[in-house]
Design a protein around this ligand. Structure first.
Ligand code: PRP
Ligand code: URA
Length: 209
């Protein structure tokens, strides 16, 4: 399928395996989410445009390249997306951060929006939506729809673990949005949890269960 990038870098795979382990502590889990996010930031930003500038090194004048034009906004989906922000900001300190609050209704499994605060100039930025889990794809798709309604056009979606069902749904609803993930898992179970997955990402990040 087009527009889906699964990162098979050994460091990323190693850390994802540690995250999956149910014996990994909240502290370790949080650190791993942050580390994997930082490693993924490197690839997610691979196609950012560059422009040439002239600078002076201690030795000579030089033409050299820096990031051009539009800047980035990181938009974590609350709560679990929060765990990915610090790692991304380590590599992208110039990015602004917006927040979208969505939770999955446990009965309908449909996303419910409860919060939104975006950078003022979000429409002029390249946006990366952050959420560790792409399960049914309902939350991701709703977040993209919401951002598009606000006039944001350049959107990519970054998660740690994706189910085939979520990839298909997000791709069907928003074929223009590239999906970046560290692992594509087998399927969803009857409760729409990813199998084998890593459990409830929000609970594991914040120690709420
Ligand atoms: C999780 C996860 C995603 C969503 C994915 O959040 O962080 O946002 O589920 O599921 P979907 O693809 O089927 O929509 P959850 O609703 O558990 O909220 P939380 O982050 O507050 O724990
Ligand atoms: N949300 C999670 O946190 N984990 C899943 O497996 C599915 C949705």
């Amino acid at each position: 399928m087009e527009n889906v990038f699964v990162f098979d870098h050994p460091l990323i795979q190693h850390k994802i395996s540690l995250m999956r382990d149910k014996n990994t502590t909240t502290k370790e889990f949080r650190e791993l989410v942050s580390e994997v996010s930082m490693l993924m930031a490197y690839e997610v930003t691979r196609d950012l445009p560059l422009e040439e500038i002239e600078i002076e090194t201690p030795v000579a004048k030089a033409k050299t390249r820096v990031l051009a034009g539009k800047k980035l906004a990181l938009i974590p989906i609350l709560r679990a997306g929060l765990g990915m922000v610090d790692g991304m900001l380590n590599l992208l300190p110039m990015a602004k951060v917006g927040h979208i609050g969505l939770y999955r209704d446990p009965k309908t499994l449909e996303p419910v929006e409860y919060y939104c605060k975006l950078p003022e100039d979000a429409t002029e930025r390249d946006v990366v939506i952050l959420d560790p889990m792409l399960a049914t794809g309902g939350s991701a798709s709703a977040a993209v729809t919401f951002l598009k309604q606000k006039g944001i056009t350049n959107i990519r979606f970054m998660c740690l673990i994706a189910a085939p069902e979520g990839i298909e749904r997000l791709h069907r609803d928003h074929p223009d949005v590239p999906i970046f993930c560290a692992a594509k898992d087998q399927k969803l179970n009857d409760h729409a949890y990813i199998v084998p997955g890593l459990g409830d990402a929000g609970d594991r990040l914040f120690g709420t269960r």
